[in-house]
Ligand binder design. Structure first.
Ligand SMILES: [Zn+2]
Length: 503
């Protein structure tokens, strides 16, 4: 899509603050209007302007618009031909239909060739008349022209789509189907003289709004044609992958090489060195062998953060789904550590609570699996038994069934001023952890590039996902964790320095 169109699209997006909360839903402004339903240009109305998008998509714009004006002239003289959609034309009385189709094909051979692909659709409304005035289609070339037309008009606000929507609106105006009060004279002039009169930034949206007004004469038959158009297009043409898998891998090879090999080597050394320093700091701050929930908790969380980051690096997870799940675990580690540090000022026993809760969870896992007499490859039952009994005999370990702090991560992040970190990463990574549609869509599907397939989703061509890189975010979080550790046990100044290797 063109950059300008992207900007236009952005401008009409509403902000979160414009949404209204209704029960558990945030309702966007358009849906707050009573009776408003969503409508679809490309699904329901675009195929009705088949002839128009074939022309606008395959010939110089000036010529196309002149031709549109030529059609409008016929409508002006024959007001009962106001509906210039494919279905609308087909419903004309036979004599009128003959006249109109003949008129359509009397302007130039160039235009006739562009309209020829309409005959590729066996159920085109009025096909018997169109067959009389158009040449037989040339299969490959003509499917390509249809694809060009759909491609350029698929986005409902593209210039080409607006041009097609203009001819539909113009014919309604010229035939007297739409009336405007005297005071709207200049509005009418904007439509009649499009695109040469008025401020196009305002004219284009008002043309699109006019085009959307439903025609009261329309009936259910319209959808038959629309459905046939998309169905026949789908069956007659193949999916188009973004690139073949080898190309994707070749293209990203440099980025992957830098990330996985060079940066991997760099970060492994950086993190290994910091880990050694952290362990030295652990021993230098250990005072006695009595259980110390705070000391083991704080260092444990920091070491856990380091392990998570190292796994991203060593197991080459930067571009993967697993990388996102690991990033989420890092964020939870960071928020948990920061929360414990903040809360300990009022609740010195909070580190014990955190530990007792975790031990209770291990006890629960141990007892459940023992009862079930089932093995899980990921759980070493003996290890669970050891940990459950580690601090005291497990008969004295309570099991807490809620969250250890009876607060969820969002509330915890709010209390410690880390809501921004939470907002930045939580929902996005949740998509992957909870197998929500967002995560699924991004990681295993891509768009088919055939416009005639309405850019539907198809499985990615590569076996492994190539998502955007999680390394920088993970690094930022890990350094924040180390910062917390330094607050808990001053002073620990070592951080992982960002690699300056370029992707
Ligand atoms: Zn496809």
């Amino acid at each position: 899509m063109k950059e300008k169109e992207n900007k236009d699209k952005k401008k009409i997006e509403s902000d979160l603050k414009d949404h209204k909360q209704f029960k558990k839903e945030l309702i966007p402004p358009l849906l707050q209007i009573k009776g408003m339903t969503s409508f679809s240009w490309c699904y329901e109305r675009l195929p009705e302007l088949f002839w128009a998008f074939l022309i606008i998509g395959n010939i110089e714009r000036g010529i196309a618009l002149n031709y549109f004006r030529y059609i409008a002239k016929f409508v002006e003289e024959n007001p009962n031909c106001s509906d210039i959609t494919i279905s609308g034309i087909s419903k004309l009385p036979v004599a009128k239909l003959k006249d109109f189709t003949k008129y359509f094909t009397s302007w130039s051979d160039k235009i006739n060739i562009l309209m020829r692909p309409m005959l590729l659709f066996p159920k085109l409304p009025g096909i018997s008349e169109w067959e009389k005035v158009l040449d037989k289609p040339v299969i490959d070339k003509d499917w390509k022209n249809i694809a060009n037309g759909v491609n350029k008009t698929f986005w409902h606000q593209s210039q080409e789509a607006t041009d097609c929507r203009w001819i539909k609106a113009l014919c309604r105006v010229l035939s007297g189907k739409m009336h405007f009060p005297q005071s709207m004279e200049s509005k009418v002039r904007e439509i009649l003289e499009y695109p040469n009169y008025g401020d196009m930034r305002k004219v284009r949206p008002s043309i699109r709004a006019l085009e959307m007004i439903p025609n009261l004469d329309e009936d259910e038959d319209k959808l038959n044609w629309v459905n046939h158009f998309w169905e026949h297009s789908f069956k007659s043409t193949s999916c188009v992958f973004v690139e073949n898998p080898e190309e994707v891998i070749k293209k990203r090879k440099k980025e992957i090489d830098v990330e996985i090999k060079e940066k991997g080597k760099y970060y492994f050394k950086e993190v290994k060195d910091v880990r050694i320093k952290l362990i030295e700091h652990f021993f230098s701050t250990s005072e006695i062998s009595t259980i110390n929930s705070r000391h083991e908790g704080a260092f444990g969380l920091a070491l856990y953060g380091i392990s998570l980051f190292l796994e991203i690096i060593c197991y080459k997870l930067s571009f993967s789904i697993t990388g996102r799940i690991t990033l989420r675990a890092l964020v939870e580690t960071y928020i948990t550590l920061a929360y414990l540090l903040k809360k300990e000022q009022d609740e010195p026993k909070i580190w014990d609570d955190y530990r007792i809760y975790g031990t209770g969870q291990i006890k629960l896992i141990y007892l459940k699996l023992k009862e079930m007499e089932k093995k899980a490859s990921c759980v070493k039952i003996d290890k669970m038994e050891d940990i459950a009994n580690e601090d005291k005999w497990l008969e004295f370990v309570p099991i807490n069934l809620g969250h250890w702090e009876s607060a969820n991560l969002r509330k915890m992040s709010e209390e410690i001023g880390l809501k921004e970190t939470y907002d930045k990463f939580y929902n996005y990574t949740s998509g992957f952890i909870h197998a929500n549609w967002g995560g699924i869509r991004e990681s295993v599907f891509e768009k088919c590039l055939n416009p005639l397939h309405r850019f539907h989703n198809i499985p990615t061509a590569t076996n492994l996902s190539f998502l955007s890189n999680v390394t920088d975010d993970s690094l930022e979080i890990l350094n924040n964790i180390l910062e917390c550790l330094s607050i808990a046990y001053p002073k620990f100044t070592f951080r992982i320095n960002k690699s300056d290797l370029k992707d």
